[in-house]
Design a protein around this ligand. Structure first.
Ligand SMILES: Cc1cc2nc3c(=O)[nH]c(=O)nc-3n(C[C@H](O)[C@H](O)[C@H](O)COP(=O)(O)OP(=O)(O)OC[C@H]3O[C@@H](n4cnc5c(N)ncnc54)[C@H](O)[C@@H]3O)c2cc1C
Length: 401
């Protein structure tokens, strides 16, 4: 019997396994994908804006040493209303890392580098067993059954199996799903002019467009549009796809060209009604999957990781049964405020900004200009986005347990 079984070995499940194993737990990870498939370049086109608190945790876990050479510091964020062909509105929201004095506001890292660093760490950490290419067909308390008939017993199961978490379903946990009828078009571009570490967010009537700096003269584009139109745009050949993209953000980066593949992601908000059940906890998108408008989904999932690792480690050290209901409730309670705030905020922002209402537009512009002009408010937003507000688990403060 191992201590903990993690169902889902994506970025959240993998980081969870690493954090637990480094704190003395024996862990088994089960993932439906075949071994090695998740570290291929074409697997996932996302790049992540990793918050400072995430970087601190990755440093403690030993991941950041492998990542920072391929990471782009985010020095400023500029957000404004925008319309195709008109460029950004004159009033905008501007955050500068100098305002906080804690280094860059975060770092952009491509998915493939995070997965590789994580996979290398998992392969070399004792007490981690990885089972690829299998799904779970049944779960009863701490016992799970795989599709090949194998039974695995543990004191605690952690569901990190994404937005359609079958771990949650098997435990009878309900899920609230809001379909935004939006799809994110994701690609990377090369451009002539330097981005100077500035991330841009344009709130277009159809959905937000983010231009996020990558190392060199490259940027990651996350462009949300209504699903039908996004599908039609994605079906276009590269040259025509670029013709749609260019007028949406103007010429401040000079000439642009596509680099690598294009990807699409349907956008929903999904929130599990509970984070725990008998001998089971959820983390990452399995617990809550948010709109990428604020680049927070993975950071939020990793906050689940830091919290659960701390709760169960402290329980084990005190001699408690770390899979017991009262211990898991501490995890759910600790995560409650942050999870509710972020799911509500990302949903609200997307609704407020993804429309062309003639009354809302000037109000939005005024709101952004007002926040921009209020240094304390600006810093409060920045601390929240950096994961540095509230009762912060040790790993997110850069401290080992
Ligand atoms: C366009 C876009 C841009 C984004 N940008 C950012 C950003 O800048 N910053 C940020 O913080 N977040 C961002 N996010 C959010 C982030 O990508 C997700 O929150 C994160 O990837 C979720 O990771 P996860 O491990 O919880 O889930 P997943 O990545 O969905 O992983 C789930 C894993 O579980 C496995 N699995 C599923 N079902 C089973 C099963 N039955 N049995 C076994 N295994 C199973 C899967 O194979 C997979 O490996 C973005 C999201 C999108 C769509």
């Amino acid at each position: 019997m191992n201590d903990i079984t993690i169902i889902g070995g994506g970025l959240v499940g993998g980081t969870m396994a690493l954090g637990l194993a480094q704190n003395g737990f024996s862990v088994t990870i089960i993932d439906a994908h075949k071994k090695g498939s998740q570290t291929k370049r074409a697997f996932d086109g996302r790049s992540y804006a990793l918050a400072q608190a995430t970087i601190r945790m990755f440093t403690v876990l030993g991941l950041w040493a492998d990542l920072h050479a391929n990471a782009q510091p985010i020095l400023q964020v500029k957000a404004s209303d925008g319309r195709a062909g008109q460029g950004p509105a004159p009033w905008h929201l501007h955050f500068d890392h100098d305002d906080l004095g804690e280094g860059p506001m975060g770092f952009m890292v491509e998915d493939r580098f995070v997965r590789l660093a994580l996979s290398n760490a998992l392969n070399t950490t004792p007490n981690i067993t990885q089972t690829f290419g299998h799904t779970v067909t049944a779960q009863d308390g701490g016992v799970i059954t795989l599709d090949n008939g194998t039974h695995i017993q543990a004191n605690l199961i952690i569901g990190c199996d994404g937005r359609q978490s079958s771990t949650a379903q098997r435990a009878g946990i309900k899920r609230r799903v809001t379909n935004y009828h939006q799809t994110a078009l994701v690609c990377a571009i090369d451009h002539d002019l330097p981005h100077n570490g500035i991330a841009h967010q344009f709130f277009m009537p159809e959905g937000p467009l983010a231009i996020l700096p990558l190392p060199g003269n490259r940027s990651s584009i996350v462009w949300s549009d209504q699903t039908d139109r996004a599908k039609a745009i994605n079906d276009l050949p590269d040259a025509e796809y670029l013709e749609f993209l260019r007028p949406r953000f103007g010429d401040f980066l000079g000439d642009i060209s596509l680099t690598g593949a294009r990807f699409t992601y349907p956008l929903t908000l999904t929130v599990a009604s509970e984070m725990t059940a008998a001998r089971m906890a959820l983390a990452g998108d399995a617990a809550q999957g948010v709109h990428p408008i604020a680049g927070q989904g993975l950071n939020l999932g990793l906050r689940d990781v830091a919290t659960l690792v701390e709760v169960v480690t402290r329980a084990k050290r005190r001699g408690e049964d770390f899979g017991a209901a009262d211990v898991l409730q501490r995890y759910a309670d600790w995560r409650s405020f942050d999870r509710t705030t972020l799911t509500t905020a990302t949903d609200g922002f997307n609704r407020l900004f993804s429309n062309d209402n003639a009354l809302l537009r000037p109000l939005r512009d005024f709101g952004m200009a007002a926040v921009s002009a209020a240094p304390n408010l600006r810093r409060a937003f920045m601390r929240e986005a950096a994961g540095m507000s509230g009762d912060i688990p040790h790993l997110l403060q850069g401290k080992a347990l």
